[in-house]
Design a protein around this ligand. Structure first.
Ligand SMILES: NC(=O)c1ccc[n+]([C@@H]2O[C@H](COP(=O)([O-])OP(=O)(O)OC[C@H]3O[C@@H](n4cnc5c(N)ncnc54)[C@H](O)[C@@H]3O)[C@@H](O)[C@H]2O)c1
Length: 276
């Protein structure tokens, strides 16, 4: 955490791909009065050097420890199977962490929560590529009957998912809307590790991965990745539908996911918090 109010928040980014690069640029362009880009790290070290030099900074770190040492807040924008280790190490060093690869921490979230508490650090999980988290957070204080996520993407959006290989589902044969997966969020995150961070975010904010239902639909002709969330609770019903466009600079990621992380940074650095 930042030690004195007058100091700038030192931000380190782990993972210099589509999201990490956009966030690094945003730190420099939108928050230069309150934050500094202290460090960049990538397991492919040349990516950290290249981003660092593109931004005119000497920020590349040789390893994760160096990144953490130089930062007050580490933003994880790497990979599902690296997210837990990055978060655990960051919190153990009493630094705050923002996690983008939420699917990678979902099962061990409570372990991280305890670690954060013990070390006086914080965990930030942006809403990412989905809307409705504000309502879900509030409803989870009462009784929630069900949370159902329906994610629709064009078939090519699921290329390489382990579940498709296991079930021998051939994407090129899909010519109409087809439910390719139905199960709970725990199963969904394992079956589609690079696709389903939104299910993980919903699970952590709501009733847990075991009880959060996920439907995945391959939809030929669809131009926007679409997430529909239905929440039934004792306080009412919420239906939230998000149609995502790709980021203008980074065709690999949803524009909203990047904006959502920047909005969390704005909350961390600013005096006002809007929304639950
Ligand atoms: N929360 C959300 O809504 C949301 C939305 C989109 C993507 N994501 C997730 O965010 C993460 C980043 O997405 P992206 O589009 O920028 O991916 P990307 O593939 O463009 O970039 C990932 C970068 O991380 C690096 N990397 C891989 N393993 C690493 C490790 N162990 N330590 C450090 N760096 C490592 C890679 O070399 C690469 O440069 C992914 O896990 C993705 O699933 C989350």
């Amino acid at each position: 955490m930042i030690s004195e109010k007058t100091k700038k928040l030192k931000i380190g980014i782990a993972g210099c791909g589509a999201i990490g690069s956009s966030l690094a640029k945003a730190v420099l362009s939108d928050f230069s009065d309150k934050a500094e880009l202290a460090s960049l790290y990538d397991s492919e070290i040349e990516k950290a050097y290249s981003l660092s030099s593109n931004l005119g900074r000497k920020a590349a770190a040789l390893n994760l420890e160096e990144l953490i040492n130089r930062s007050d807040l580490v933003i994880e924008a790497a990979k599902a199977d690296a997210a837990f280790d990055i978060a655990k190490k960051t919190l153990s060093f009493s630094r705050d962490i923002m996690v983008m690869s939420v699917g990678g921490i979902m099962e061990h979230y409570h372990e991280l929560e305890v670690l954060a508490q013990e070390n006086g650090a914080r965990i930030f999980i942006p809403s990412g590529a989905i809307c409705g988290i504000d309502g879900l957070k509030a409803l989870s204080l009462g009784k929630i009957k069900s949370v159902i996520l329906t994610t629709k993407k064009p078939p090519k959006g699921f290329l390489g998912a382990p579940y498709l290989l296991k079930k021998k589902i051939r994407l090129e044969n899909i010519d109409r809307d087809t439910v390719i997966f139905e199960g709970n969020a725990l199963q969904a995150v394992k079956a589609f590790p690079q696709n389903i961070n939104v299910a993980a975010i919903l699970s952590i904010a709501g009733i847990g991965a075991q009880d959060t239902i996920v439907r995945i639909v391959a939809s030929p002709g669809l131009s926007r990745n679409t997430h529909e969330v239905e929440i039934e609770s004792e306080a009412g019903k919420i239906t939230a539908r998000t149609e995502n466009l790709i980021h203008p600079d980074n065709p690999k990621t949803s524009y909203l996911a990047v904006l959502s992380a920047i909005a969390v940074l704005k909350q961390i650095l600013g005096p006002v918090r809007i929304g639950t």
